[in-house]
Ligand binder design. Structure first.
Ligand code: F6P
Length: 357
C-alpha cells in the first residue's frame, strides 16, 4: 500500500492533469494498492490541511483537460519561514499534515519557486518527488517542462494571426509573450511564426538597432514588421541599472509594460503606425497539445516508478532525450536561461532575425 499526496503549485499550465493521471495510472497498473490525498490550491492545502481523498476514477477523462483539478496558488518561498497572519509556522504545519496522514510520498508539480519549497520539505525529512511544470521552460535540470509546448502553440497562433492584419495595414506589430525572466517561449514562438525581431530578457536590446531592423525591412520592400517581445525584455540602458533602480523605474513608468514603451519609441522615431497585442494568460489556458499530453504522461509514469522503488528526493526531468531523475538540491534555486551564444540564437540570426543587440 502506498499513501501518496499530490499538489500543484505556482502559476498553472497545460498538462498538469495528464501528469497527475500518469502518476496515478502507473501506480494502479503496477498492482500496488494506493490511497491518494489531493491537497487543494498548492502548498496552501498542505499548510492548512485542505485536501480531498481521491479515487483512481477522479483521474479518468482528464488527459485533455487544461488547468488543474486540484487548484493552484503561489506561496512565495522567501516568506515560507515567516509565520502566517495568525502566527502559524507554515513549515511545521506542512510537516505536521504530512506525518499525520502517514504519507509515503508527496508528489509536487511545480516550477522554480515551488522547487525551492519542495527541496526544503525534503531537507525537513519528507519523501518528495517532483514534476517540472511551467510554460516558461526555465527550470534547471530538465531540457523541457510540460506546458511549454502548448504555450508555444498558442503564442505562435497569435503571431500567425497578427501577420495578416499587419500586412494589410503596413503596421509594426508588437506581440508581448509571457516570460519575465526567461525568453524560451518568446524565442520559440517568434521563430515558429516568422517574427522579424525577437526581444528577450537574456539579450538586452538597443532601441536604435530595433529601428534599424525595421528600416532595413522597409528598404527590402516589406511594409510591416512583427516584433515578439518577452514580458521581461529589457533595454541595454536599463540593464545597467541596479535591481532596485529598475524596479523604481517600472513603478513610475507611464507604460503598462515594456512593449508599450518600445511601441512609443518606434512611433516617435519612424513615424510608422505601431500596435501592441498582449495574449497574456491565454498562453497558459486550454487543452494541452499532444506533445505535452505524451510528455507529462511519461514523466508521471516515471514518477510512479520512483515511488514504487522508494526513490525519493528527485525531480523527474528530461535530458538528452532521456527521462532522468535529478536530485532536488541540484534543481532548487537555479534558473535555466537562454544562452545568448547558444546555437538556436545563432541560427535565428542566420535567418535574419534581429535581437536588437
Ligand atoms: O510562471 C509562468 C508565468 O505564466 C510567467 O510566464 C508569467 O510572467 C507569470 O507566470 C504570470 O503570473 P501570474 O499568473 O501570477 O500573473
Amino acid at each position: 500500500m502506498k499513501r501518496i499526496g499530490l499538489l500543484t503549485s505556482g502559476g498553472d499550465c497545460q498538462a498538469l492533469n495528464p501528469a497527475m493521471r500518469g502518476v496515478v495510472k502507473s501506480l494502479m497498473f503496477s498492482g500496488e494498492q494506493i490511497e491518494i490525498y489531493g491537497f487543494l490550491n498548492g502548498y496552501q492545502g498542505l499548510i492548512y490541511g485542505n485536501y480531498r481523498m481521491l479515487d483512481v476514477s477522479d483521474f479518468s477523462g482528464i488527459l485533455t483537460r487544461g488547468g488543474t483539478i486540484l487548484g493552484s496558488s503561489r506561496t512565495p518561498f522567501k516568506t515560507i519561514r515567516e509565520p502566517d497572519e495568525k502566527g502559524l509556522d507554515k513549515v511545521e504545519s506542512m510537516k505536521h499534515n504530512y506525518f499525520k496522514l502517514n504519507l509515503d510520498c508527496l508528489v509536487i508539480l511545480g516550477g522554480n519557486g515551488s522547487h525551492k519549497t519542495a527541496n526544503l520539505l525534503r531537507e525537513e525529512g519528507l519523501n518528495i518527488v517532483t514534476l517540472p511544470k511551467t510554460i516558461d521552460n526555465d527550470l534547471w535540470g530538465t531540457d523541457m517542462t510540460f506546458g511549454f509546448q502548448s504555450a508555444v502553440d498558442i503564442a505562435t497562433n497569435v503571431i500567425d494571426n497578427i501577420h495578416t492584419t499587419a500586412d494589410s495595414h503596413g503596421r509594426v506589430f508588437i506581440v508581448e509573450v509571457m516570460g519575465h525572466k526567461v525568453g524560451y517561449l518568446t524565442l520559440n514562438a517568434g521563430m515558429a511564426s516568422g517574427a522579424d525581431i525577437i526581444l528577450i530578457p537574456e539579450i538586452p536590446y538597443d532601441i536604435d538597432k530595433v529601428i534599424e531592423a525595421i528600416e532595413q525591412r522597409k528598404k527590402r520592400g516589406s511594409k510591416f514588421t512583427i516584433i515578439a517581445v518577452a514580458e521581461g525584455a529589457i533595454s541595454k540602458k536599463d540593464a545597467k541599472l541596479s535591481k532596485k533602480e529598475y524596479k523604481k523605474k517600472l513603478e513610475s513608468s507611464p507604460f503598462p509594460s515594456v512593449s508599450y514603451e518600445i511601441a512609443e519609441e518606434i512611433k516617435k522615431k519612424t513615424g510608422q503606425e505601431v500596435r501592441v497585442t498582449v495574449p497574456g494568460h491565454m498562453q497558459r489556458g486550454g487543452s494541452p497539445c499532444p506533445y505535452d499530453r505524451v510528455f507529462a504522461s511519461r514523466l508521471g509514469a516515471e514518477a510512479g516508478k520512483l515511488i514504487l522503488k522508494g526513490h525519493y528526493g528527485f525531480m523527474v526531468g528530461y535530458r538528452n532525450r532521456e527521462i532522468v531523475k535529478v536530485p532536488l538540491e541540484e534543481v532548487a534555486g537555479k534558473l535555466k536561461k537562454v544562452e545568448p551564444d547558444s546555437s538556436i540564437v545563432k541560427e535565428a540570426k542566420m535567418l535574419g532575425i534581429s535581437f536588437g543587440d
